[in-house]
Design a binder for this molecule. Structure first.
Ligand code: ZN
Ligand code: ZN
Length: 404
């Protein structure tokens, strides 16, 4: 906990005390020696499961996690064109800062890639205030020479350079329209997530980027894994939490270099680098409706609770995802909406569901032979519209029209 001598700050004591209150839990302001480099520091960082260390040692440690994720798997080709997705959350600023730092190192330590940044404006869909454009512009100055772009979710191809950007006045947001047609919040959130991913992929393609950096951290991935399973996306859940997700179209690869960072590490990094998040992270579309409003909300609440009470369990959950084998047959047919491998070809369960559907629809009298019913069920699975099991569930909720 924080401790400050009463008379450390003289007349300004009160003002300082207010800053202290805002410190993330675990940052100690009493001077002490760093357990790593032994330097005496007035501000020590004490992560769970680590000894107290100075700012520099903490930053080195946190940045190493980012570099190790990219380096270990040799996953990023030299001089790759990278698109970084900024959503204004604390973790997206950490990712931006870490990437920028890695670019400013000397020849040997430098991460050799070219980066562009896209801010995805979700204001209309999320029904919140527009982003603070001044703050965004000053980020683009601070993190030069990265080029900054803005795109609005649900406004077609509205990609603009930040200096040319002015918020669209068009009230007619096609995505909101589509979302309103879906009955359950579960389907809406799932659909929105796919659409956002497809949008980012199209931005990457139009900026000729081969790789996309997304700021997901360990707790996001644990939530994502459990959500995918709950939604019937189990066959592709491993890719939802892997470092590399190659389902995007046009050979664009999605990377999650912060996957091993915890929420506490993000908070410490924000403090150490004095970054100013544009939005509170963790609030997503439909979240205000509470934990029981959708499968995703329920899963988020469950993982948040785990994180609070059994922090180490969260990393166990998402590491389980790493161990699920990914079906990586390039010939495998994929879903036209989410680009996951078509599970109808992989799953006996889906066949069983279709089988019982056939039985109830046809009536037993019509097909006395089980063999006939099975081949009918198989045929029906194959004839479906190129959608995977989970996307078909969304499609079924649309009152009219098509998903795509
Ligand atoms: Zn140190
Ligand atoms: Zn799908």
């Amino acid at each position: 906990m924080c401790s400050i001598g009463e008379d450390d700050f003289g007349d300004e004591g009160a003002a300082h005390a207010m800053v202290v209150e805002a410190l993330p839990l675990g940052i100690v302001l009493s001077p002490g020696n760093c357990s790593k480099c032994d330097v005496n520091s007035g501000e020590l960082y004490k992560l769970n499961f680590r000894a107290a260390e100075c700012r520099e040692c903490f930053l080195t440690y946190a940045r190493h996690k980012f570099r190790a994720a990219l380096g270990a798997a040799k996953i990023l080709p030299r001089n790759a064109e990278v698109l970084l997705v900024l959503d204004g959350s604390a973790k997206s600023l950490v990712l931006l800062d870490m990437l920028h730092f890695a670019q400013t190192q000397n020849q040997f330590k430098r991460l050799h890639c070219n980066a562009r940044v896209v801010y995805v404006e979700e204001q209309q869909v999320q029904d919140r205030d527009p982003v603070d454009l001044e703050a965004l512009l000053s980020l683009s100055v601070q993190y030069a020479p990265f080029d900054f772009y803005v795109i609005e979710l649900g406004q077609g191809c509205s990609l603009q350079r930040i200096k040319d950007y002015s918020p669209s006045l068009k009230a007619n947001n096609e995505l909101i329209h589509k979302l309103q047609k879906l009955q359950s919040l579960t389907a809406r959130q799932d659909y929105l997530q796919q659409q956002r991913k497809n949008l980012i992929c199209s931005v990457a393609q139009s900026l000729q980027c081969t790789h996309v950096f997304e700021p997901n951290i360990s707790v996001d991935l644990a939530t994502q894994l459990l959500t995918a399973i709950a939604l019937g996306r189990g066959a592709s859940a491993a890719l939802d939490v892997a470092l590399l997700d190659d389902r995007l179209s046009g050979d664009v690869k999605l990377l999650r270099p912060l996957k091993d960072l915890s929420e506490q590490e993000i908070q410490f990094y924000i403090h150490a680098q004095r970054l100013k998040p544009l939005f509170q992270s963790g609030s997503h579309y439909g979240m205000e409706r509470g934990p029981t409003a959708s499968l995703q909300n329920l899963t988020s609440a469950f993982v948040a609770n785990l994180q609070h009470n059994y922090a180490s369990t969260v990393s166990t959950v998402f590491r389980t995802g790493d161990k699920i084998a990914v079906n990586s047959d390039p010939e495998q047919a994929t879903c036209v909406h989410c680009q996951s491998a078509l599970d109808s070809e992989l799953s006996d369960t889906l066949l069983a569901i279709e089988y019982s559907r056939s039985v109830s629809e046809a009536g037993v009298s019509l097909y006395k032979n089980g063999q006939d019913l099975e081949s009918l069920a198989k045929k029906r699975l194959e004839m479906q519209d190129g959608l995977c099991h989970a996307c078909r569930a969304i499609q079924a909720e649309l009152e009219s029209g098509n998903l795509l």
